[in-house]
Design a protein around this ligand. Sequence first.
Ligand code: XUL
Ligand code: CO
Length: 467
Amino acid sequence: MRRLASLVALPVNLSNEMTKMKSNRVPRQKMAGAFPTIECIPYEGPKSTNPLAFKHYNAGEIVEGRTMREHLRFSVVYWHTFRGAGSDPFGAGTMLRPWDDGSNTVSNAQNRVRAAFEFIEKLGAPYYAWHDRDVAPEGKTLAETNKNFDAVAKILKEEQKRTGIKLLWGTANLFSHPRFVHGASTSSNADVFAFAVAQVKKALEVSHELGGEGYTFWGGREGYMTLLNTDMKREREHLAKFLHLAVAYKKQIGFQGQFYIEPKPKEPTKHQYDSDAAACLNFLREFDLLPHFKLNIEANHATLAGHTMQHELEVAGSAGALGSIDANTGDELLGWDTDQFPTNIYLAAYTMLSVLKYGGLQTGGVNFDAKVRRESFEPVDLFYAHIGGMDAFARGLKIAAAIRQDGRLAEFVKQRYASWDSGIGAKIESGKASLKEIEAYILKKGDVAKNVSGRQEFLENLINEFI
Ligand code: XUL
Ligand code: CO
């Protein structure tokens, strides 16, 4: 019965009955725990065949002067890992989550926190992330919802204190509830804007209370389905207004966490205003918001935007705005946000190459915005998924560090631009050459003397030496 409860949404009266039954039970923390057969995940090295051990993620190992733990700052997401039911448009949820009674109650939400922290602690991830509505149920009014949130945040705080696990970032879910049908801050309905502002205010307060190191704005439905009914100029201005209000409130309450914008081009809307890193940077600059934000780059979102993850990281990094990473991957043959756990070593290596190049993750982390497949419905699959992702990124980090240590790749790129280091190139870069002077220079030469090969295949082979 308990197991079944997590498979399907229960009728309200039945779930109330179950809550009553549950109240006679021993409190969760005194029980065997949610994952009684699983111990803390050890590091056993590359030769290990133990599926519940790390082969590459060795938290204390030093790479480029910092521990792997400090470089990677792994984070577990509450939404997929503890609220993902495994439903899809063709079928109900499949996930077996024995600790969850399936009810939409505060007490179930509080018990879930204990299970979540047991998981994160056993995994050895230092961070986690949530949406407000992942952790606590929505009430009949905003005031009741806020009360529910406080009641669960209290347990989050207790568990953070007990385990030392920290909040990487919080965020507000401004897309699931039907009120957000036309968006949140970009809704045609001003009351929806007001609701969203109030919701963000509360989510910021709770993030602050829990010592969150960041706060993310992902534009859930901030976009359009058709331009026929959309005043794009007004909607974008409202989005900017909304972010400015959040920036001001952050300052007012003394919240030090980094603000992030998470680009995504489409889904759920046809076009999201934060479509990719370049669009986000342009938007932030246009509305004087850039000093207050960095970007949270997600691999599957990059794919949907028709870019590679590396491209998005370079766009963000070269603008000094690379903040955090939502680590996942799409499926080559599926055109939507499948949010799979990242196991591709190339993806992880290229990601970490860009991260190291731009000085490493400071406030951000490698946040597994990824979900186990609907078919992977047992609790142990959550461990396999995260261990695989963490090992892939640990390998990515080591590979990236080795490529940097070797130096040939960086030297090649440096040499490729050598014509800019002296002569006319240096003069142009420093702004000292006028248009006429540049013309005179090339007129004198007559034509470009020579170009050098880009050596793509040579470089791809070089990368493979390290994989
Ligand atoms: C949606 C997505 C979100 C954000 C947080 O595609 O990535 O889960 O990461 O709102
Ligand atoms: Co994400």
